[in-house]
Write a protein that binds this ligand. Structure first.
Ligand SMILES: [Zn+2]
Length: 252
């Protein structure tokens, strides 16, 4: 049994008993770790006096039998390290944060560290605290997670014939754009607008995916969400909420 110190974001929280909760943490150095926080709901233990919420970021200490153990790690300390209260001021910010947390929880493995992705998630949550609109931030995070897990599709040429023109569809199974000549032979595919094809192509040229100030069009988010849904085996809970927000350009 070893005592581990790390930074963590709370990806999920499940009541376990009257006083305990299971917290799914995304840690910087150890990846996703499932922990049990005993006494957290009663607040009797000083170390949990503040309570721990979904999307909170903090310093953690937990004890674990290691990654091969199928028992939960035990969370012994939680100390918040970032103030994210602005995140909870607007519903769309929470939705965007929940989306990032959900895809992270489903697309990363337990004890598989992705320090870069951890940093990207924390920056996304911090940026969301005063974001007037979450589209760019959440799209950038989609690129970050797909890149981090090695599932970033190809957006510069047809993945089947290498044509650079006549790109009209996206196939999650094939892992990228396909042209109108190859498209009829594909069962799993989604039609993509010319504007979205252009924006996706531009994202391959600039390494800092979608950080351009012009803003990522909603179509890019929608395509990446479609791909993520395929990888997860289901639509992310906040996926359709965000797609309709971005495509209808709701302003609050
Ligand atoms: Zn083709």
């Amino acid at each position: 049994m070893s005592l581990i110190h790390d930074e963590a974001v709370v990806l999920g929280r499940i009541d376990y008993s009257e006083t305990s909760q299971v917290l799914v943490l995304f840690t910087r150095e150890h990846g996703k770790v499932r922990t049990i926080a005993k006494g957290i709901k009663r607040g009797t233990k000083a170390r949990f006096a503040v309570g721990v919420d979904l999307l909170d970021v903090g310093h953690v200490v937990f004890s674990s039998h290691g990654e091969r153990s199928d028992t939960l790690a035990t969370l012994t300390e939680w100390k918040p390290s970032r103030s994210l209260w602005g995140l909870r001021e607007k519903l769309f910010r929470i939705h965007a944060g929940q989306y990032a947390a959900e895809v992270t929880a489903h697309l990363t493995e337990d004890w598989d560290a992705h320090a870069d992705l951890f940093d990207a998630l924390v920056s996304t949550l911090v940026a969301l605290t005063d974001a007037p609109e979450p589209l760019d931030l959440v799209t950038r995070y989609q690129f970050a997670i797909l890149d981090s897990i090695g599932s970033l599709p190809r957006f510069d040429t047809c993945v089947l014939c290498d044509r650079k023109e006549d790109l009209t569809h996206f196939s999650s199974f094939e892992g990228g754009l396909i042209c109108r000549h190859c498209e009829p032979g594909q069962v799993e595919k989604r039609e993509i607008s010319a504007g979205t094809v252009k924006a996706l192509g531009a994202s391959m040229v600039h390494d800092d995916h979608c950080s351009q100030s012009s803003g990522a069009p909603a179509g890019v988010f929608t395509v990446l969400n479609y791909h993520i849904a395929h990888l997860m085996g289901r639509e992310p809970v906040m996926g359709s909420t965000l797609v309709s927000r971005f495509t209808q350009r709701v302003v609050e």
